[in-house]
Design a protein around this ligand. Structure first.
Ligand code: PEP
Ligand code: MN
Length: 263
């Protein structure tokens, strides 16, 4: 069902009027994790000033170590909802378990499925049955075919509001956190009718590469760029090396917009 052969026209994922897949470029930005109301609000305010509407933030964090910050959970979702309502924005946030999907419907506008859960088939089936857009991230070591099959799990239950997100894959290369598989973008656009996002933060893991990676992603046809922003990355409870601070975010937005005008 996700195949372009079955459905030649682009699917548009409508997030409160942001029609992702319509040929324009969208940005999903926000902190790695919701740490507090003030922290999240300051990022949202900077985004509002740039006209951005899609606010991300992790409330349930899939951390490699069980001793690392695990997120604020439901309190984090409440913070995101309150701030998004204040600024007329939409909330994108990861849900890790089928049991939390029902609860999340009241707070999030886009359910994010993280890389570590790309093949959590119960979770895929559960989000396939709800009336809410899904941002599906590529697994840490998933092939494009496995990624497409994961989307098929969702659409086969009835939900076609899916954004595919390339977020880097694991290779032998250690200069970047993951290896951004840039060619996945045109392949996914060709083989499926779904919009494609590129997460420049988790793929590169390097602040100095966010802008060139975003330009490459837009040039090759990505519909959405995702990146993380924190008011003070040095003290962030997760991903402190790669989040942009607010002046860096402002510069990033100006440069990426100047670039995309040339495309
Ligand atoms: C995230 O976007 O918050 C995240 C944890 O990313 P990933 O699942 O791609 O590692
Ligand atoms: Mn992160």
């Amino acid at each position: 069902l996700v195949s372009r052969k079955a459905h030649p026209e682009n699917t548009i994922v409508d997030v409160n009027g942001q029609t992702i897949g319509d040929g324009q470029q969208y940005f999903i930005m926000g902190p790695c994790a919701v740490e507090s109301y003030e922290q999240t609000r300051s990022v949202a305010l900077a985004m509002k000033e740039k006209g951005l509407k899609l606010l991300r933030g992790g409330a349930f964090k899939p951390r490699t170590s069980p001793y690392d910050f695990q997120g604020l959970g439901l309190d984090g979702l409440k913070i995101l909802r309150e701030i998004a309502d204040e600024f007329d924005m939409s909330v994108v946030s990861e849900i890790m378990t089928p049991a939390d999907v029902e609860l999340a419907l009241d707070y999030v506008d886009v359910i994010q499925i993280g890389a570590r859960n790309m093949q959590n088939f119960d979770l895929l089936k559960t989000v396939g049955k709800v009336n809410k857009p899904v941002l599906l991230k590529r697994g840490l070591a998933a092939t494009i075919s496995e990624f497409i099959n994961a989307a098929e799990y969702i659409i086969s239950r009835g939900n076609d509001q899916i954004i595919l997100c390339e977020r880097g894959i694991r290779t032998y290369e250690r200069a970047t956190r993951n290896t951004l598989d840039i060619s996945a973008v045109p392949i996914l656009k060709k083989e499926t009718h779904l919009p494609v996002a590129v997460d420049v933060t988790h793929s590169t893991g390097r602040r100095d590469l966010l802008l060139p990676a975003a330009k490459a992603a837009l040039a090759i046809g990505a519909d959405v760029i995702m990146a993380e922003v924190h008011p003070d990355p040095a003290v962030a409870l997760s991903d402190s090396l790669q989040q942009m601070n607010i002046p860096q975010f402002n510069e990033f937005m100006d440069e990426v917009r100047a670039f995309s005008k040339k495309l």
